[in-house]
Design a protein around this ligand. Structure first.
Ligand code: PAF
Length: 276
């Protein structure tokens, strides 16, 4: 696996990967890689494309009181995982490579980024949309792979790509979970053993709410919040929305149940498909 840190080297390396007409798939990440990220790499590889991963802890998507400074950065372990999964090229820019002096552009996607995490984390999705636009322009991939665990992020990126006529395919990959149901996340390393044991209340509450909603029972969202509170979560939201627009659910359309909550100082998110 080739590793590049500066844009001219990236452009040369991507051009070399394309020799012979190969397609290029991009897997954008912030590192601290786990099996969820590897599912993205594996899905990208399975298309037959050359796989470019990026690792960049993007300061623009962290709020002032969030975990930018302590976000895990296990670079050597990340590289080993990417090599083991057959990644072809790793793009690891520094902050000055991504945002050189004078950088003044913000990409903002309205509507789909307004509620849920957009409301709880002001500016977060502008930071995501800005860096993902840059990554698309830097790498020029034919396809890009994102996890469904960050469901609103995926919706924001799909909207941005459609609105800006970006010529690439966005592929969403199902969430990878621990055996007890907790969604894999780079932030799970923050959990103490006790918090980790209690964190399973989040996926369990969502699974029960999904069952209740699909069975036509009322009070499912309140019940989910109550069981999460009983496990010690402080809930930002548990919300049922239209799976495409993330606004009010529409009759006959796919729905998504999303939740965000803090256990101790760690904020976790999760979501499930809900049948129309
Ligand atoms: O999902 C992530 O890891 C990040 O939000 C992304 C898409 C790499 C942008 O920084």
């Amino acid at each position: 696996m080739q590793i590049v840190h500066h844009l001219p080297d990236l452009r040369r390396a991507v051009a070399a990967l394309r020799t012979g007409g190969a397609r290029v798939a991009l897997v954008p990440t912030m590192g601290a890689l786990h099996a969820g990220h590897m599912a993205l790499i594996d899905a990208a590889r399975a298309t037959g494309a050359k796989v470019v991963a990026s690792i960049f802890v993007n300061p623009k998507q962290f709020g002032p009181n969030e975990d930018l400074s302590r976000y895990p950065r296990p670079a050597e372990a990340d590289k080993a995982l990417l090599i083991a999964h057959g990644c072809d090229l790793l793009w690891m820019p520094g902050v000055d490579d991504m945002y050189p002096a004078g950088f003044a552009t913000n990409v903002s996607v309205s509507g789909v980024s307004a509620g849920l995490d957009g409301a709880a984390r002001p500016g977060h999705f502008d930071g995501v949309a800005t860096v993902v636009s840059k990554l698309f322009n830097q790498v020029g991939p034919d396809a890009a792979f994102f996890g469904e665990k960050d469901f609103q992020q995926l919706a924001v990126i799909r909207r941005m790509v459609a609105d800006l006529d970006v010529d690439l395919e966005i592929v969403g990959v199902p969430t990878v979970r621990e055996s007890d149901g907790l969604a894999l996340s780079s932030r799970n390393v923050y959990l103490s053993a006790d918090e980790r044991a209690r964190a399973v209340a989040l996926p369990r509450a969502l699974a029960e709410a999904k069952r209740a909603i699909e069975a036509g029972e009322s009070g499912a969202l309140d019940a989910a919040m109550a069981s999460m509170a009983a496990a010690g979560f402080v809930t930002d939201y548990v919300s049922l929305v239209d799976a495409g627009t993330l606004s009010e659910p529409q009759v006959g359309r796919p729905r998504r149940l999303l939740a965000a909550a803090k256990i101790g100082t760690t904020r976790l998110i999760d979501n499930l498909h809900v049948d129309p």
